[in-house]
Ligand binder design. Sequence first.
Ligand code: ADP
Length: 265
Amino acid sequence: LRANMSIIQRETGFVNGLIAVLHDITEQEKLDEERREFVSNVSHELRTPLTTMRSYLEALSEGAIDDKELGPRFLGVTRNETERMIRLVNDLLDLSKMDSRNYEINPVWVDFVKFFNHIIDRFEMTKERQVTFRRLLPNHTIYVEIDEDKLTQVIDNIISNAMKYSPEGGQVTFRIQEFHGEIEVSISDQGIGIPKDNIEKVFERFYRVDRARTRQLGGTGLGLAIAKEMIGAHGGKIWARSLEGKGTTILFTLPYDPLQEDDWL
Ligand code: ADP
């Protein structure tokens, strides 16, 4: 709290009033602090791949390029790092769009069960690891108003995480439940889990439980922060449940009105 004081003084010199203006600066300071931290995080995240690339490029120009084994391997590293930087910058652009005042989503009516099944199918077709999928989905339509591109991005990110952190032979469970006024969508894995104290932090920008490890897995630390913004823009909530060593469930809700669905159909 900051106070601005003005003394009201008469020409005669007598003080006959005092005006105190109190400003709540804590909120503003918090925002400034967050912004500084954000810029510092972004710089750090960009510097890491850049310095890695510099060392590999140096090694290449000092002769590694002529080595049959090292040449392609080092080029592969620089390419991976470039791709990670592109992902990072794209994520940052997404977040900056969402931070702007006139951020809008383009919702259309979609049968969420069909929409969700399509995304799961795509992962099932292309998965490289031994992970089994279990779908606990209603066998009737559930029409909700969503921005398909944005929600595809959200769900892609959650499923990619579930796959990344799953053990070989693990199971990923997809579920949709209907509640009063909303549906609850959940994706559960049997992976490493998230320590109890970090469960809410994973939705913060750049937060990663294990920096080195997730960087190796190609993450930017922005996926769930973007998901939170996008679900919020749809009028829903997103949260996590997890037991370390046992698994993680990411859940989100979307507004749903079965009566409106009847009108509409
Ligand atoms: P990243 O790009 O690092 O995956 P996210 O925002 O998607 O960023 O996730 C933030 C962090 O939350 C991850 O780095 C990881 O530590 C943790 N996390 C997310 N999903 C899972 C999961 N299914 N199992 C375990 N940890 C997870």
